[in-house]
Design a protein around this ligand. Structure first.
Ligand code: 13P
Ligand code: SF4
Length: 359
C-alpha cells in the first residue's frame, strides 16, 4: 500500500544519501514529488542534472525525453534512471526522425543549399526543436545549426534563430511555435504548417518562400483539451478571475487567456500575487492541485472540469521509484537511459546553444 511504499522509498533514499539525486517534474503526482530533491519545469530540471556531477545516479521522475536530456548533460559515469520506461510523451513521438529528415530534404528542394548564407549572414532555415522531442531529433537539430527550446525560453531561442536564419522549422509542437511567433509579431500567413501526408505542390513553393516559421503538426493531448468556452465560463462565474494557460494550448485559448507561460511561469505568477486572487489555470491537473493546496489564500482551479492528468507522467508510480532505488541499494542499475554517442554529440551541441542563449 501507499504508506508502505512511502516508507520503502524513504529508507532506500536514506541509505543512498548523496549517491543519488531525485528530480521530479511539476506534473508528477504528489506521492512522487514528496521524495524529489528538486521539482521544476523541464528547463530547470535539465540544469539540475548539470549541477549534480557528484551523484552516481540521477533518478528522473518525468518522461523519457527529459531523462535523455539529463543523460546528455550529466557526466558519462552517472546513470540516469527513468523509473518506468513506458513514461513517454505523445507529443515527442509526433516528430519521428525519418519524417523530419524527409521534411528537410523537401525544404532543400525549395530553398537550395541550406548552408548558403545571404548578405545578412543568414542561412535559409534554422531548425528549432522543443525540448519535448527525442534525442535523435535534438541530434538532427545540432547537426543542422539549430537549437533546442523549452516553453520558458521559446521567445529567446526564436530570436537567436532569426539572427542566424531567414526562417525557422519548428517542431514538434505547432501550438508553442505558433503562439510564440505570433507574440513576436510574425503574421499567421507566414507560418505554414508542414503536412507529411501531402507532397509539396506549386502553391506550397510560394508559401514556403514567404514563410518565417514552418510549423510541425504535433500537439499535446492534455493541453489541446482546453477551450475558449471554458475560459468564458470561468469569467462568467468568477468575477476578476486571472486566466493563465500553458503555451502548448491552442492559439485561440492563449489569446483568450490573460497570460500564457511555462509551468514555472504559472507557479511564480501565483506566488507573486499579494491579494487573494481567483486563478483559472490551463495546464496539467497535478500541478494545479498542488498549487491550490500550497496557496489556500487564493482560489485556484483547473479550466478543464474533467480531470486531465498527463497519462504518461502518471506512469511514474511510487512502486517503480521504490524498485529502482532499492535496486541501487543492492548495487544494480535498472532502467538506465543512455543516448548513443553518435546522437549524443550533436544533441548536446543543440542543448548547449540553448543554455548559452541569453534573453
Ligand atoms: P515545461 O517546460 O513548462 O515544464 O513543460 C513541459 C511539458 O511537458 C508541458 O506539457
Ligand atoms: Fe507530453 Fe503533454 Fe504530457 Fe507534457 S503534458 S509530457 S507535452 S503529453
Amino acid at each position: 500500500d501507499d504508506t508502505e511504499l512511502d516508507a520503502r522509498i524513504r529508507a532506500a533514499k536514506q541509505t543512498l544519501g548523496d549517491r543519488v539525486v531525485i528530480l521530479g517534474h511539476f506534473y508528477q503526482r504528489e506521492e512522487v514529488v514528496t521524495h524529489a530533491d528538486y521539482v521544476g519545469d523541464s528547463f530547470q530540471l535539465a540544469n539540475a542534472a548539470l549541477e549534480h556531477p557528484d551523484a552516481e545516479a540521477i533518478v528522473f521522475c518525468g518522461v523519457h525525453f527529459m531523462a535523455e536530456t539529463a543523460d546528455l548533460l550529466s557526466r558519462p559515469e552517472q546513470a540516469v534512471i527513468l523509473p518506468n520506461l513506458a513514461a513517454g510523451c505523445s507529443m515527442a513521438d509526433m516528430a519521428d526522425i525519418d519524417q523530419v529528415e524527409e521534411c528537410w530534404e523537401q525544404l532543400e528542394e525549395v530553398y537550395g543549399d541550406m548552408t548558403a548564407v545571404d548578405a545578412d549572414g543568414r542561412v535559409p532555415v534554422i531548425p528549432v526543436t522543443y525540448m519535448n522531442s527525442s534525442a535523435a531529433i535534438k541530434g538532427f537539430v545540432g547537426r543542422h545549426g539549430g537549437i533546442v527550446c523549452t516553453s520558458s525560453n521559446a521567445r529567446t531561442v526564436l530570436e537567436w534563430a532569426f539572427e542566424r536564419g531567414r526562417r525557422v522549422l519548428f517542431f514538434p509542437d505547432q501550438h508553442l511555435g505558433r503562439n510564440t511567433a505570433k507574440a513576436m509579431g510574425v503574421p499567421l500567413d507566414r507560418m505554414p504548417m508542414w503536412n507529411p501526408n501531402r507532397p509539396l505542390g506549386g502553391s506550397d513553393q510560394e508559401t514556403l518562400t514567404d514563410a518565417r516559421v514552418i510549423l510541425w503538426h504535433g500537439f499535446c493531448s492534455v493541453h489541446r483539451r482546453f477551450t475558449v468556452d471554458q475560459i468564458d465560463k470561468a469569467r462568467a462565474e468568477h468575477a476578476g478571475v486571472r486566466v493563465i494557460v500553458h503555451p502548448e494550448c491552442p492559439m485561440a485559448v492563449v489569446d483568450a487567456a490573460d497570460e500564457a507561460g511555462s509551468t514555472d511561469y504559472i507557479r511564480k505568477a501565483i506566488e507573486a500575487a499579494d491579494e487573494p486572487t481567483t486563478f483559472a489555470i490551463g495546464t496539467e491537473i497535478n500541478l494545479v492541485q498542488r498549487l491550490a493546496a500550497e496557496h489556500p489564500q487564493h482560489t485556484i482551479f483547473c479550466l478543464d472540469p474533467v480531470v486531465c492528468p498527463c497519462s504518461t507522467m502518471y506512469r511514474i508510480h511510487p512502486g517503480y521509484l521504490a524498485w529502482t532505488l532499492e535496486a541501487l541499494v543492492a548495487g544494480t542499475v535498472e532502467n538506465r537511459i543512455t543516448v548513443p554517442a553518435d546522437v549524443a554529440d550533436p544533441a548536446r551541441v543543440a542543448l548547449e546553444r540553448m543554455l548559452a542563449a541569453k534573453p
